[in-house]
Design a protein around this ligand. Structure first.
Ligand SMILES: [Zn+2]
Length: 251
């Protein structure tokens, strides 16, 4: 029996997004439907939530692009549907501070929320092409992680969260991107890689490409160093926006 299991929860669905935003410059023009995913890790009497999902449809339409979020996809409801109350969550991890990964941090104010220090620093003053992803001050908005700021634990580098679960830095998609490495799952050492690998294809690669970076990134040299680190660390990768994640209910 494995120590940990990981349950993906669909908390929204982007409609018709540009696929090459996820797989760097590959097949431009191709559109896809992409789920937005929260991952719940269960084991050792702990419940750990990885990311807190996006806004509702109206906000997304006004500030981003088309998003479908049924009642059952609302983060609080998605948790209740599997018998979990937001107050049951022991720890929250934000893989990074893009709006679709931290919008509902305020629902989990009782938990500590673990974020990389570098990510918080960048989110305050990102480069212009990234303003919208952070809903940053430069656009006249208040970034959505700010209201639950008091709950945030700033992490500086790799760190064990509980025995068997480690936060690992994965710079590339953003400067302070982190993944959650879970030892001893049904797939061995599983890395919840979030948008470092938006699709399974980012990790599996294609043709001459062993791995494929996201089309949205801060720097390719560190991205490839991250891929080397992942090669050393994990047996299996769970992506940030791949519809095929939901072919299984539990990992
Ligand atoms: Zn992202």
């Amino acid at each position: 029996m494995e120590t940990f299991s990981i349950i993906p929860l669909k908390v929204g669905e982007f409609q018709g997004i540009e696929r090459s935003n996820l797989t760097y410059q590959m097949n431009p023009g191709q559109k896809m439907v992409a789920p937005i995913i929260m991952y719940l890790i269960k084991g050792r009497d702990k419940l750990i939530l990885v990311d807190t999902g996006p806004s509702d449809e109206a906000w997304a339409k006004q500030h981003h692009h088309g998003l479908i979020q049924t009642e059952d996809m609302k983060p609080e409801k998605a948790l209740r549907n599997i018998g979990i109350d937001p107050s049951d969550i022991d720890f929250v991890v934000n893989t990074h501070l893009h709006w679709d990964h931290c919008f509902n941090n305020h629902l989990f104010k009782k938990s500590k929320i673990f974020v990389q220090k570098k990510e918080m620093q960048y989110a305050i003053c990102p480069l212009p092409p990234h303003w919208v992803y952070y809903e940053s001050y430069q656009l006249g908005l208040t970034p959505r992680w700010i209201p639950a700021m008091d709950s945030i634990v700033a992490v500086d580098g790799d760190r064990e969260l509980i025995p068997g679960i480690t936060l690992v830095t994965l710079p590339g998609h953003t400067p302070g991107m982190q993944g959650v490495l879970v030892d001893d799952t049904a797939n061995g050492r599983t890395l919840i890689a979030s948008d470092c690998c938006g699709l399974f294809e980012n990790w599996r690669g294609a043709g001459i490409h062993r791995h494929i970076p996201s089309g949205i990134h801060i720097g390719l040299p560190e991205y490839y160093e991250t891929f080397d680190k992942m090669d050393r660390l994990c047996d299996f990768v769970l992506p940030g926006h791949d519809p095929d994640v939901f072919l299984k209910k539990e990992y």
